[in-house]
Design a binder for this molecule. Structure first.
Ligand code: 13P
Length: 298
């Protein structure tokens, strides 16, 4: 089926109270692994491209590969731009066929974040494409920030409600204690803040930096209203560990397919586990008709 918008997938998740995995892709094998896992679990799925992935693989390559993947499956697939910070790049993503874009203005002063996000929403909505905004900064685990300093970045629920009202975003990425990358110790999610955010914010919440978060904490976050869960590092780790294992066992191997094939399968297993954890397994029935863009204008 054609790609679907983020808004339509998150509406289904909100109605039934589950989370949808937003898995980062970096190459063909990641895209195939994400789709295979989603099909095996009969789950809606979001395939997203980060700034690093776009630099590595190219925006049009990613878009073309994901469109081909989506066209051959009964699974609703969203193609999402992760952490867009440049208005021009967001426009290029719209032209390339992305059905969801994130505009991350979280490093900007509030008024600037609102103004730029609003501009993106205006254009994207006119094209039936959803927009994720970000308020509160989600750091990387490599940034050596103390817990109290990290809390200064957390999303304020009142401000979040104002931001959503002003910009018209379809989903909001919030900072509640997670970080991108490999954690040094277990992450401490501010569940009370998440609860307040859910009460005040009228659109689905997005949790970034979900790799390394214990399953129980992810499930609790979903119970408290998180509907899109971003996962990258855990998949990369499984993929690269498998590559290392294959090469260690067969150092003479020169067929890339024999090295990449098992790594792709390792990624499938991790993604299936995340899908089950988030509760999106078994939500799609074969033959199921899903609204697709541009018919599902937000
Ligand atoms: P992790 O790499 O920590 O899973 O974070 C992914 C993410 O949030 C992408 O936006």
């Amino acid at each position: 089926m054609p790609l679907v918008s983020l808004k339509s997938v998150l509406e289904g998740a909100e109605k039934e109270g589950y989370g949808v995995g937003a898995f980062n892709c970096h190459n063909l094998e990641f895209i195939q692994a994400i789709l295979k896992a989603a099909e095996l679990e009969a789950a809606p799925v979001i395939i997203q491209a980060s700034q690093g992935a776009i630099k590595y693989a190219g925006l049009d390559y990613v878009a073309s590969l994901v469109k081909v993947a989506a066209s051959s499956t009964f699974i609703p697939v969203v193609l999402h731009l992760d952490h867009g910070t440049d208005f021009v790049q967001v426009m290029r993503a719209l032209r390339a066929g992305f059905t969801s874009v994130m505009f991350d203005g979280s490093c900007l002063p509030l008024e600037e974040n609102i103004a730029l996000t609003k501009k993106v929403v205006e254009v994207a909505h006119a094209m039936g494409v959803s927009v994720e905004g970000e308020l509160g900064r989600i750091p990387g685990t490599e940034e050596h920030i103390t817990v109290s300093a990290r809390e200064a970045f957390f999303t304020d629920p009142q401000e979040a409600a104002f931001f959503v009202e002003e910009t018209g975003v379809d989903a909001l990425a919030v900072s509640v204690g997670t970080a991108h990358g490999i954690y040094q110790g277990p992450p401490e999610i501010d569940f009370q803040r998440l609860k307040e955010l859910k009460e005040k914010v009228p659109v689905p919440l997005v949790l970034h930096g979900a790799s390394g978060v214990p399953d129980g904490d992810l499930q609790r976050a979903v119970t408290l209203g998180v509907r899109k869960v971003n996962i990258d590092t855990d998949i990369r780790t499984a993929f690269v560990l498998s590559l290392r294992k294959t090469l260690a066992a067969a150092p003479q191997e020169i067929d890339p397919r024999k090295i990449l094939g098992p790594a792709r399968e390792a990624a499938v297993e991790v993604i299936r586990h995340k899908i089950r954890t988030l509760g999106s397994s078994g939500r799609i029935k074969e033959g199921f008709l899903y609204k697709t863009t541009p018919g599902d204008l937000p």
